[in-house]
Write a protein that binds this ligand. Structure first.
Ligand code: BEZ
Length: 394
């Protein structure tokens, strides 16, 4: 006899549910997994405060984006790079190979960034640089997977060289740490200052991160130039500005530099920084809606005033948000992601921000004067400054 099993009502319902589940595609795994962001920044040493400000700025923009990028939650992996170029390959490899990050964000120090960008290029890892301005990274070493939201070091230098030539200064002495950032910064200043009729009569260097400035100050006093241009940042900038004033030079030979000389440092520099002129793509008094909202949100979140470094971090996350939104968080769609980042128009606290073909910011460079605890914007030194093409083949 043929056996016949009559299906129960419950069984039929279960089968229908199973069939329906098979027809509806499951949410792709990509939408569920977190985006892994590797923050490689200095959290110790002379640039420690800069690394913290960048981290804060980045996380603030992510929070304003609902805690997500491209619809995906974020998992952070953090490495203190100590501003040490020798440790950079190992640190970057840790994030890429061990932690398998989707994107690298860093760093402050140009020497570290140069090594980091090599590792990123070799592994085809997406890298967003929120500070380090080594010209070469968006010059001869530019790459489709490497972006910068800060500046190239020659940009503020070019702007200050132009301003000093316009002020009819004839001679300048430069002083900086001897590494890519200082060399590029001084290079930009010299190029524009001499194109405007000035002459750099002496270029002085000391190793990074040394802060024994006395012999250099003695030499500057003897040379008596019309102006002194220096690149220092973080703890080194604090010490230099104080030493320059203490040596009695502040009132006799004007001291100028890129804005890093007085950004995030005014509390510690106090009276010695008052009146100093600097050039940078950001300033405290910028009165645009984005900057006002950014400053209020940053102060609320961190009980501290934001500076240019916080802006670089904030815009790194804004740029990534544009790219990842275009691919719905699917980082495997690299070409589309890169295309969206390349054509992004970002509402930055600095003003509008777009990128050059080499993935470096095109932005206004402001002239600022220290007034109290502010780097007050007093004019635009160069409008829409792009980095000169220096061998980038993108
Ligand atoms: C750099 O190394 O590129 C750098 C460091 C601090 C401030 C600005 C630039």
């Amino acid at each position: 006899m043929k056996s016949f099993v009559r299906p129960s009502k419950l069984g039929m319902l279960a089968a229908a549910a199973l069939a329906a589940a098979l027809l509806v595609p499951a949410a792709p795994a990509i939408a569920q997994a977190k985006i892994k962001v590797g923050l490689m920044l200095p959290y110790t040493g002379t640039y420690a405060a800069l690394g913290t400000a960048i981290t804060n700025g980045f996380k603030l923009a992510v929070e304003e984006n609902g805690g997500k990028l491209g619809g995906r939650d974020i998992e952070y992996f953090t490495v203190d790079d100590e501003s040490d170029p020798a440790k950079a390959p190992e640190n970057a490899n840790k994030l890429i190979k061990r932690d398998q990050v989707d994107v690298l964000v860093g760093t402050v120090h140009s020497g570290v960034a140069l090594a980091m960008s090599k590792v990123a290029r070799d592994n085809n890892t997406l890298l967003v640089i929120p500070n380090a301005g080594a010209d070469e990274i968006t010059g001869a070493l530019c790459a489709p997977n490497v972006f910068r939201t800060s500046f190239s070091n020659s940009q503020p230098g070019i702007a200050m060289g132009k301003v000093m030539a316009e002020q009819k200064k004839k001679t300048a002495v430069t002083l900086t740490w001897k590494y890519a950032a200082g060399e590029d910064s001084v290079g930009g200043f010299k190029e524009a200052f001499e194109a405007g009729g000035g002459k750099v009569v002496k270029q002085l260097y000391l190793p990074f991160p040394q802060v024994e400035f006395q012999s250099y100050l003695t030499e500057i006093a003897a040379l008596k130039p019309d102006v002194v241009y220096v690149f220092f940042a973080g703890g080194g900038a604090v010490k230099f500005v104080k030493d320059y004033a203490a040596a009695g030079l502040k009132n006799t030979i004007p001291l100028v530099g890129p804005g890093f000389l007085t950004d995030g440092t005014l509390e510690a520099q106090g009276e010695s920084a008052q009146g100093l002129l600097t050039t940078l793509h950001y300033g405290d008094g910028l009165n645009n809606p984005k900057n006002n909202a950014f400053r209020a949100a940053y102060e609320k979140a961190y009980k501290a005033e934001p500076d240019v470094y916080a802006v670089g971090g904030y815009d790194a996350a804004q740029l990534l948000a544009v790219g990842l939104k275009a691919v719905n968080g699917d980082t495997s769609k690299r070409a589309e992601l890169v295309k969206a980042m390349e054509s992004a128009k970002i509402d930055s606290p600095r003003g509008s921000l777009s990128l050059s073909k080499s993935h470096n910011p095109i932005h206004d460079i402001y002239l600022r004067r220290v007034e109290g605890k502010q780097n007050k914007v007093i004019g635009v030194a160069v409008k829409n400054l792009t980095d000169p093409p220096r061998g980038c083949k993108l």
